[in-house]
Design a protein around this ligand. Structure first.
Ligand SMILES: NCc1[nH]cc(CCC(=O)O)c1CC(=O)O
Length: 312
């Protein structure tokens, strides 16, 4: 059997695709894999902040069209780039064992968040990171920063920022872990839904392919990210709202932690709940409901007002 795996063009996507292909071949030495690079909208529009384009599916749409048409069999995604609801006919056939889920600070000059001088320039275009950083340090100056991981590191090295924030997992995969000067604690910055996990997307009815990739599934990771994704779909969120969430598994029990913050970081509501691994979806919905009731709802209402005004 030959599997054609589509990949975005970025180095991170290529690494992740090669990693999944390698894992498949290790389990099934008789299959062959072929990797096909595909340009996505998210890779083309690099100069506009993602928050202004409407992030949903930006990195996945083109790959999904190729899977549906049968030109490729699989796509390997960073789960955090995969929208809550997939197009009809497609499924996530596997979620691989999660890497480190958190975010890292990279500040060659100052090292840690606490050592940054007042007003320091932080590069990030993520509302989630912005809101949580400002909640901890309201004096920081948040500056837009887009591009793939290498581009962002390069812009830091050009002296445009005092620090930048990136996912630990992406840096590790690209061999850039040594650039990390502080791993941000979960108490300070909760990751994006699914951060650090790789998902493999394929056709819903393709049992031959599905039964192969099922071998790459990691049950604890699936439980954790199922709770996180249920949380986000209950909130009704995408990457345009400052929400962080992290599910961790211990002895088949999920602890789900979440935050909703105002974009300026002035208000942040945090909540945590636990439930048995089998109740991942209910846990996600329950925590979302709790967070909305505790004030999250008013933040979301204000955000919707803001978006409407912008469109006028
Ligand atoms: N936004 C792009 C993106 N998508 C996934 C990762 C990291 C890898 C992962 O989450 O598995 C990154 C880079 C980053 O946020 O620093």
């Amino acid at each position: 059997m030959n599997l054609i795996i589509g990949t975005r063009n970025s180095k991170l996507a290529q690494w992740q695709t090669a990693f999944a292909a390698h894992a498949l071949k290790k389990k099934f030495p008789h299959i062959s894999t072929q990797i096909k690079p595909i340009l996505t909208k998210g890779d083309k529009i690099l100069d506009v902040p993602l928050t202004k384009i409407g992030g949903k599916g930006l990195f996945t749409e083109e790959l999904e069209a190729e899977i549906l048409s049968g030109r490729i069999d699989l796509a390997v995604h960073s789960l955090k780039d995969v929208p809550a609801i997939l197009p009809p006919g497609l499924v996530l056939g596997a979620v691989m064992k999660r890497a480190e889920p958190g975010d890292a600070l990279i500040s060659p000059r100052y090292g840690t968040l606490d050592k940054l001088p007042a007003g320091a320039r932080i590069g990030t275009s993520s509302l989630r990171r912005t809101a949580q950083l400002l909640h901890y340090r309201p004096d920081l100056t948040i500056c837009s920063l887009r591009g793939n991981v290498d581009t962002r590191l390069h812009k830091l090295d050009e002296g445009n920022y005092d620090a930048i924030v990136l996912a630990i997992s992406g840096l590790q995969r690209l061999g850039k872990e040594t650039r990390i000067t502080q791993k941000l604690p979960m108490s300070l910055c909760l990751p994006a839904v699914g951060q650090g996990a790789l998902a493999i997307e394929t056709r819903a009815g393709d049992t031959a392919v599905l039964s192969l990739i099922a071998a790459l599934n990691d049950a604890p990771t699936v439980a954790a990210v199922t709770a996180e994704r249920a949380f986000l779909s209950h909130i009704g969120g995408n990457c345009q709202i400052p929400v962080g969430v992290y599910g961790c598994i211990n002895d088949a029990v999920i602890t789900l932690k979440a935050v909703i913050a105002s974009p300026d970081g002035k208000i942040a509501y945090r909540c945590s709940e636990t439930a048995p691994q089998q109740e991942a979806v209910a846990l996600g919905h329950f925590l979302a409901e709790k967070l909305l009731a505790e004030g999250g709802k008013s933040i979301l209402q204000q955000l919707h007002v803001l978006t409407e005004n912008k469109e006028e």
